[in-house]
Write a protein that binds this ligand. Structure first.
Ligand code: PA5
Length: 448
């Protein structure tokens, strides 16, 4: 069976193989520190063995709940922000038919998202849409106190109260939150919602393989057992004890640290499949929130090719040479479309007649790779055989593990996010939240 592969051969013209190998001891120690729980943030390592420790009873409970929600609702609103929605959206988008939401006679509910922004028009339009639809809500907040999802949930709950009885509401809301703490836990216990727990030792951005990701993915109709199975394979592959080149997470962590120390401060995650757009969004949160601290860290950016070759291509080819690319490549697409012959050939495309669209896409990928490397952009290639639950499981765990190793190699704590609080304090002060009176005075001064 084929698995995720990493190819760093188009990096070694920029930093040598010896330089990358020079990180071997460091990444090995970082990997051991993760497993021995001796590094920074070691209280948040619950994600490390999630794939191998998740029980079949737990998966069955998630699937049962998903089945109940699927039988009740045509629309399911996943309400959360950051790590509380990005993993689910990444997987659901990657596996869904691109036009699924437009199909009649759907067998799966439409998955919508709320609480990931505070746009008033978004809120209004969502509520208008749901007014006369059968809907359910999965509300996700580890802290249970995050403002964006709390506002969205209050609005959705109010709409439910106008449409459904208290008993029906209880059937239609699932809360995923802390075991004991937070406003969402208090509310869920009082109202009698079905709940799942986000383990204390798993941070938001590492939570896709907990109910945070698994419940929405299962509601959307995808196989969470296969997802976990793929992740379990990668858990084994990246354990300490494997040699450097056998461990793709170690190779990725070493290569990106070598590039960073050579002045490449920006990593662009590239895909050639529009379904992977949100995989990049998930990856950006994982790496951005994990590594961007103490005035260090690679800036994670992303592009969707070939679409963005027509907007960002020029910059990547010839702009400041402080970037490198990591391409997520899918070896074989799930469907087949061939380019037809045209007798008039007015568009001069007959030289492509009979070829699969993917062959053109792959040549675009190869041509871009050579152009960008020639233009001074190192290229890491990650390839999975196809887009399905199993390989997405491999990919998600690979990125999480490499992020932990990479963060320790960089010398920071990849499991906290102290910088996220700054905007919240100012927002609460400006909104006049009780308890923030001193901050209100200070920020009003700052704004004069
Ligand atoms: O990774 C993180 O910790 C954050 O992105 C959180 O997931 C995000 O801020 C949402 O937090 P919460 O789940 O507590 O509402």
């Amino acid at each position: 069976m084929e698995h995720l592969k990493i190819d760093i051969s188009k990096v070694t013209g920029f930093v040598s193989e010896d330089t990358i190998r020079g990180y071997e001891d460091k990444v090995t120690q970082s990997n051991e520190a993760l497993h021995n729980k001796t590094g920074k943030g070691s209280d948040f390592l619950g994600w490390l063995d999630l794939p191998s420790s998740i029980t079949s009873e737990h998966l069955a409970e998630i699937k049962d709940t998903a089945e109940k929600i699927r039988s009740l609702a045509d629309y399911v609103v996943v309400t959360g922000i950051g790590g509380s929605y990005l993993g689910a959206k990444a997987v659901i988008d990657a596996l869904s038919n691109s036009f699924d939401y437009l199909q009649n006679n759907r067998k799966n509910p439409v998955i919508l998202y709320a609480g990931q922004n505070i746009g008033e028009d978004y809120s209004y339009e969502l509520l208008e849409l749901l007014k006369d639809k059968s809907f359910a809500v999965v509300v996700i907040s580890k802290s249970g106190t995050t403002t964006e999802p709390a506002i969205a949930f209050r609005l959705l709950k109010q709409l439910m109260e106008q449409k459904y009885s208290q008993d029906e509401i209880k059937e239609r809301i699932v809360a995923i939150t802390d075991a004991k703490k937070g406003a969402l836990r208090t509310l869920a216990d009082r109202e009698g919602y079905k709940t799942f727990v986000i383990p204390d030792n798993v941070g938001g951005r590492y939570s896709v393989l907990t109910p945070v990701g698994l419940l929405p993915i299962s509601i959307a109709g995808f196989d969470i057992e296969k997802l976990v199975e793929g992740a379990r394979f990668m858990e084994e592959e990246t354990k300490p004890g494997k040699s450097f080149y056998e461990n793709p997470a170690a190779v990725y962590a070493a290569t990106r640290n070598a590039l960073y120390n050579d002045g490449k401060a920006i990593e662009i995650l590239v895909n050639y499949q529009p379904k992977l757009h949100y995989l990049s969004e998930w990856w950006k949160q994982l790496y951005g929130e994990s590594e961007g601290k103490e005035n260090k860290g690679i800036f994670p950016a992303s592009v969707d090719f070939t679409t963005d070759l027509h907007s960002m291509g020029q910059w990547i080819q010839e702009g400041v040479r402080n970037i490198f690319e990591t391409v997520v490549s899918i070896a074989t697409p799930n469907s087949e479309v061939k380019i037809p012959e045209d007798p008039d050939n007015l568009d001069s495309l007959n030289y492509l007649a009979g070829k699969r669209v993917d062959e053109v896409n792959k040549m675009a990928e190869l041509g871009t790779l050579v152009a960008h490397v020639d233009g001074g952009v190192p290229n890491i290639k990650l390839e999975i055989p196809s887009l399905n639950e199993y390989y997405l499981g491999e990919l998600l765990y690979f990125f999480e593990k490499a992020c932990g190793i990479s963060g320790y190699t960089l010398g920071i704590n990849p499991f906290d996010q102290p910088g996220v609080e700054a905007y919240k304090k100012n927002m609460f002060a400006l909104l006049g939240k009780p308890g923030f009176e001193e901050e209100t005075k200070k920020i009003r001064e700052r704004l004069k």
